[in-house]
Write a protein that binds this ligand. Structure first.
Ligand SMILES: C[S@@+](CC[C@H](N)C(=O)[O-])C[C@H]1O[C@@H](n2cnc3c(N)ncnc32)[C@H](O)[C@@H]1O
Length: 230
C-alpha cells in the first residue's frame, strides 16, 4: 500500500500547490481564530530564529522545498541554495515568491534520488513526517551522504498538537495507530498521505546515521532537530 500512497502524496501536493499556503498562513479551513493563529505564528518565528542561529553557510540543500516559506530564510544564511521537490507546481510558486538568483530549483522524487554533492547544510521542513518508517533509514543515509563532515542538518516538522488545530477543520483527527492520513482539497478531492510524528527518540535515530543532533519543540505545533554530521 505504501508505494501507492507515496504516489498519492505527490499527486496531493501537486494538486494542492495553489492552496498550500493557506495552511502555513492560517487561511480558510486552517484559520482557527486569532489566539490559535497568533500562537502558530509565534512558534513559527521560534523555528525561524533557530534556523537563523545556524549562521552563515556556503551551500544549502533544501529537500521537499514546497512553496518557499523556508527557502526565503535559507537565502539569508546560504550563498547558494539547491531546492528540490517532486512537484513542478510548487517549485514555480517558490520561484515567484523567493525571487532569488541564488536558488537553483530541481524536480526530484526523493525516494528515487541520490545527492550529487556534499552540502554545508541540509534542510527539510515538514518533509520527514511524510517518509514512511520502512524508508526512514535509507532516507537518512542519503541525507548523510548529502552533508559534508562538520556540515549541518536542520529539520522541522509537526508535533501531534493537542488542540488538533494544525490541520484543516474538515480533516479527521490523526489515528494514533495509523501512519496514514486522509487529506482534502478545497474542492473536496481526497488523497491519502503518510504522516509521522517524531519525538526526541529521533536524536538516537540521527546518531545511527552519523548526525549529532538536538531535538527541540516550540510548544504546541512544531519540533525541530538541528545537528552536525560527524
Ligand atoms: C508538507 S509539504 C512541505 C513543503 C515545504 N518544505 C514547507 O515547509 O512548506 C511537502 C512537500 O513534499 C513534496 N513531495 C511529496 N512527495 C515527494 C517526493 N516523493 N519527492 C520530493 N518531494 C515530494 C510536496 O510536493 C510538498 O512540496
Amino acid at each position: 500500500m505504501t508505494d501507492q500512497v507515496l504516489q498519492d502524496q505527490i499527486a496531493y501536493y501537486r494538486a494542492r500547490a495553489g492552496e498550500y499556503d493557506e495552511w502555513f498562513y492560517r487561511v480558510g479551513r486552517y484559520d482557527w481564530g486569532a489566539e490559535r493563529n497568533a500562537q502558530w505564528f509565534a512558534e513559527a518565528e521560534t523555528v525561524f530564529n533557530a534556523l537563523r542561529a545556524v549562521g552563515k553557510v556556503g551551500t544549502a540543500l533544501e529537500l521537499a522545498a514546497g512553496t518557499g516559506n523556508f527557502t526565503k530564510e535559507l537565502t539569508s544564511i546560504a550563498d547558494h541554495v539547491v531546492s528540490l521537490d517532486a512537484s513542478p507546481e510548487v517549485l514555480e510558486i517558490n520561484r515567484d515568491k523567493v525571487k532569488s538568483a541564488n536558488v537553483e530549483y530541481r524536480q526530484a522524487d526523493l525516494f528515487n534520488w541520490q545527492p550529487d554533492a556534499e552540502y554545508d547544510l541540509v534542510f527539510m521542513s515538514f518533509w520527514l513526517s511524510h517518509v514512511p518508517p520502512e524508508k526512514l533509514d535509507g532516507f537518512l543515509d542519503t541525507v548523510r551522504k548529502a552533508t559534508k563532515v562538520g556540515g549541518r542538518v536542520f529539520m522541522v516538522d509537526s508535533l501531534r498538537d493537542k488542540t488538533r488545530t494544525s490541520s484543516a477543520s474538515n480533516h479527521a483527527d490523526y489515528d494514533p495507530e495509523s501512519i496514514y492520513h486522509t487529506r482534502k482539497l478545497n474542492d473536496g478531492q481526497e488523497f491519502t498521505i503518510v504522516k509521522m510524528f517524531y519525538d526526541e527518540s529521533l536524536v538516537a535515530t540521527l546518531a545511527k546515521h552519523g548526525f549529532k543532533a538536538e531535538y527541540h519543540t516550540s510548544g504546541e505545533y512544531f519540533w525541530w532537530a538541528s545537528g552536525t554530521a560527524e
